[in-house]
Design a protein around this ligand. Sequence first.
Ligand code: AHR
Length: 665
Amino acid sequence: MHMKKQILSLCVGAALLAPHFATAQKTLQVAVNAPKGDIQPTMWGVFFEDINMGADGGIYAELVKNRSFEFFKPMMGWTVLGNKATEGDLLVVNRYAEKPSNPRFLRATVRNAAKGEMGLVNEGFKGMGFKKDLRYDFSVLYRQAAPGVKLHVELVDSTSKVIGSTVVALPKSGEAWEKATASLTATATVPKGRMNLWLEGSGRVDLDMISLFPTDTWKGRPGGMRADMIQMLADMKPGFLRFPGGCIVEGYDLSQRYQWKNTIGPVEDRQLIINRWNFEFAHRPAPDYFQTFGLGFFEYFQLAEDMGAEPMPILNAGMACQFNSAELVPLDELDPFVQDALDLIEFANGDTTTRWGRERAKMGHPAPFHLKMLGIGNENWGPQYIERLKVFTKAIKEKYPDMVLITSSGTDPDFKPFSPEGFNYLDTTLRTMKADVIDEHFYRTPDWFFANANRYDNYPRNGPKIFAGEYAAQSDKPVSIRNKNNMQTALAEAAFMTGMERNADVVNMASYAPLFAHSEGWQWTPDMIWVDNLRAFGTPNYYVQKLYSLNRGNKILPVTLDKENVAGQDSLYASAVLDTKTNEVIVKLVNASGKAQDVALNLQGAKKLAAQGKLTVLQASDLNMVNTLNDPMALAPKESTIAVKGKNVKLAAQPYSFSIVRIKM
Ligand code: AHR
């Protein structure tokens, strides 16, 4: 709907095969003196979901896998060391009645053991990454009738060589759980290490929450996040942070839905559940993928605040994933779900005299998080969604009339057999309901993205705003393991984003998805940022997102090629913005063809331009080019200057390039 078929985009494929030669100059008119709408500060943001080992084993810096023995297989991640332990000496015990949120612990019966005779090794998440000279903090909860056992913690490399060790005394006794801590420093950098835990002495001791964190976490927070990964997000200066997903919000069934109240408070009380991506794809099984919620809603809010991004939580709408069990909460049983939404707003914004505001303060943040928007449901569809959405909307708007609600338009406007009928039904109904924001998702081929660079040109200017909440060009096809984050997909997204930017009066927010993937632990590709245990790199798609975000401006400028929107003519795509705070004109141009193209920028009505502008270019000689862990910057933006003559700039748009020209007025 609202879509003019883009015939010219069909030329892209042919043009890509053309030899590299410059063609006759085209003129791009930018109406600097006629801004036509505002660009929201939220325009370009990030979408986080715990998929591809995004949280546990990813940004959550905990190195110990299955630290509290709650995985389906209680000893998953752990292997017994030494030959002293006999049957039952290392036993996982379940105290569900006493502590349902964290029922299991390890009971060790130690009989006159010397170091090296009885212990456990934890394999980490695809190994543990250790850095030379970095301090690591170990902690454990323990309980015992009488002291008698001490622990030896060792960091080891893949050959079992010890590269750091410490001794942990367990001095206290009694019924209560106590915490013991110790620190140790790695003497070598190791990408795939492990942690040994030896028990020495005699006695019976209960152990739980066996944990190891690096100390170089984001903002140095103990038990915090992996700084290198978060820095890549912060560098983008995202306008918003959407969390916690994605399908993870919905769950395979409702028991596996994301429940924010289970993710706050002391980490040992946060009830672990299976990660739905554990078993979603038979071709990428991840039997050790769980959500420990060490990273929960408090941490997401805090991260958004750290980055200056608006927090955008998405809540379950009383519906499990409709691709999976499609389980539904009956309408007359929806109250607890709606209450969760109301309580979340209080948790984020309520003062410290309120029940949930107090919880936030107890976690160390008495000031509100200034939540302004909230998503109800992810990729839900059909009348069942609308019925539930109406209940949420009424209750939330009654109490918080200014809260902006983000609503789902289903899975994908072009996804068969859901669409076009499914999408049109939701779109029409949501507009009739006067929804605030409609969330659209696109996992389509590069050709689709090029062809849809004009998607929003004819969208209604009044009514709901659009949040392009998930999109990524698929070099093969959706959910294919052959999808690559190559230059072709990055250019296709950059072209599509010119259309969003030209229509930023309608499209108020957009985010690429998914965000992170571990090179050994992924389920879904393509992804914006790839990591291993020690390294992280941005794909060309990351650089496209970052360049848009860092060059966002606050006013839309009309830009035309021969009086038409530039959406595919000669494989060119363009948008332009004004930044009234820095007084700069910013022009973005995608040349999706394999030939250089001379483009004359004419900045109509601009007064007194600087003689020189800044040119940033992301370019590849080959559309299949990718970045890798070993060559992370093969494709990265390059900066130079560009001459400005009066109101004119001559831009030689390189083959397969995304260029940004930034000129001071
Ligand atoms: O981004 C991966 C998944 O794609 C999200 O969880 C879901 O919303 C979409 O289908």
